[in-house]
Design a binder for this molecule. Structure first.
Ligand code: APR
Length: 229
C-alpha cells in the first residue's frame, strides 16, 4: 500500500519556541523595524545598507538557535506516512531537525542571490556587505521573497497540497497571501489540524483547531493522524 501523505504548512509560530520572534506578535514592528522598510523592493531601493544589516542580524541569530520539539516531532519517522513541509519561514530549522522534504515559500536566510541574474543563488552564512557581488558582478541580496514580489514556489506548493491525505497548519496568522490560501487546495476529505495558541478564524469543512503551542499541539495532531493510518 502506498504511504499516506501529510502536508504541513508552517509559519513563524513554529520557530517561536526556538527564540525567533514572530512577525505579527510585535505590533506591526519586526525586531523594531517597519516591515516595509526592510522587506520590500521599495525598502531595498531606499536603503540597501539597512536591509542588508537587518538580514545580517537575522542570519547571525539563526546560527545561534536550534530546532524545537515542534520541528523534531514533524521530522520523526512515522511508518506509513510521508511528510512534506511547506514553510513560510526563511530559517532552516525544519532541515536541521531532519525533515527531508521542505519547500520554502518565502525564501531562505542562508542563501543569497544576484540582483542582476536571479538564477544565480548561493549558500551564504556570513554577512552580506554592499559590494559583495555575484560572478557577473551584480550586488548580492538576501534570497527572500519580499512584500510585492512573486512567490516562485507557489505552483509547486499547490501541487503538494492537492496530494494531501492529512494537513497540519501550524504557527501562522494566515494574514499573508498567497500562502494563507494554500490550505484551501487540500482535498475536502483530508483531515486538517490547525495548531496555534491564538488561531485565526478559518472556515474549512474538516478543520480541527488545536489552540496550543507547536511543542505540545503538533504531537497531539500526529497522534490523531496515527490512529487514522
Ligand atoms: N506555537 C505555535 N504558534 C505560535 C507560537 C507557538 N509557540 N507562538 C506564536 N504562535 C502563532 C501566533 O499566534 C500567530 O498566529 O504564530 C503565528 C505567527 O503569525 P505571523 O507572525 O503573522 O507569522 P506568519 O503567519 O508566518 O507570517 C507570514 O509574513 O512578514 C511575512 O514573509 C513573512 O512569512 C512571513 C509572513
Amino acid at each position: 500500500m502506498r504511504n499516506k501523505k501529510l502536508v504541513v504548512l508552517s509559519g513563524a509560530g513554529i520557530s517561536a519556541e526556538s527564540g525567533i520572534k514572530t512577525f505579527r506578535d510585535a505590533d506591526g514592528l519586526w525586531e523594531g523595524h517597519d516591515v516595509m522598510e526592510v522587506a520590500s523592493p521599495e525598502g531595498w531601493q531606499k536603503n540597501k545598507a539597512l536591509v542588508l544589516d537587518f538580514y545580517n542580524q537575522r542570519r547571525k541569530q539563526l546560527l545561534t538557535v536550534s530546532p524545537n520539539k515542534g520541528h523534531n516531532a514533524l521530522a520523526a519517522d512515522i511508518p506509513g506516512l510521508e511528510t512534506e513541509i511547506i514553510t513560510q519561514n526563511v530559517d532552516d530549522l525544519h532541515e536541521r531537525a531532519g525533515s527531508k522534504q521542505v519547500t520554502h515559500l518565502h525564501g531562505e536566510l542562508l542563501k543569497v542571490r544576484s540582483t542582476g541574474n536571479p538564477s544565480l543563488v548561493y549558500s551564504w552564512e556570513k554577512d552580506i556587505e554592499i559590494g559583495d557581488c555575484c560572478e557577473e558582478n551584480h550586488q548580492l541580496r538576501p534570497h527572500i521573497v519580499w512584500f510585492g514580489e512573486a512567490v516562485p514556489m507557489l505552483d509547486k506548493a499547490i501541487d503538494i497540497v492537492q496530494q494531501a491525505d492529512f494537513v497540519i497548519v501550524v504557527g501562522t496568522s494566515l494574514q499573508v497571501y498567497p500562502a494563507a490560501g494554500l490550505l484551501h487546495y487540500a482535498p475536502n476529505h483530508a483531515p486538517l489540524f490547525y495548531v496555534d495558541p491564538k488561531p485565526a478564524s478559518v472556515s474549512h469543512p474538516s478543520i480541527k483547531v488545536i489552540a496550543e503551542k507547536a511543542s505540545t499541539g503538533i504531537p497531539k495532531a500526529l497522534n490523531k493522524i496515527k490512529t487514522l493510518l
